[in-house]
Design a protein around this ligand. Sequence first.
Ligand code: ZN
Ligand code: ZN
Length: 244
Amino acid sequence: MPSTLIKFLVNRWTERKQTFRIPGCCELCLQPAGSAGFLCDACLQALPYSTCACSQCAEPLASPGRCGRCQSSPPAYDYGFSTFLYQPPLSLWVQAAKDHEQLVWLNRLAWLMSRSPPSTLAAADALIYIPSSRRRMLQRGYNPGEILARRTAGHLGLPLYSDALVRTGGRDQRGLTATERRRNLKQSLTHGQRRFCGEHLLIVDDVMTTGATADAAARLLKRQGAGLVGIWSLCRTPASSDKH
Ligand SMILES: [Zn+2]
Ligand SMILES: [Zn+2]
């Protein structure tokens, strides 16, 4: 499908704010939906997949390898993979799930993730998610990252450890600079009850921006005994973006 047509369809989707839907039709072009149940096969293939990125922080790159930042100052996680880039329509669907309580999108996004997992998946022992702060949970009523991880774990038949990390407080990470994110996380994210013995853990996240959250979580998990920690995000923002 031409990119101008995709842009038009995405704009139309945004205008109608996802309030209108014909069952069995593609959300983007209204053609009969394929195996996804909400997208036709052509639109499914035309989504902005992340095809070339840093093997450690998943930042989009022009050629395969590790970015300069990961080489000079490696994060605590061992590898990173993002299924998509943070672009429409993915960015709109994430916003619908996180900000407009359209939870059906979390099921669909988990399905999209589980059909394009990292190549390391077969070696992973369990999935992990980053807990929300209590205040955020009270405001929103749910943790989108947890639901995404839970659904993905279900699709893939992998255990999900919900007692590995604990969030004690802190501000919403969105809108903070990289430095503020690191400080905020250091103050609020801590280890849970679970201890590990060399396991390979895969942290599932919705949007990976600076990698600060993944770095803080991986540092804690390794201190708890994890042997290998990877990060698997639904979407990755480009390097220049400091917020989402
Ligand atoms: Zn379509
Ligand atoms: Zn990198």
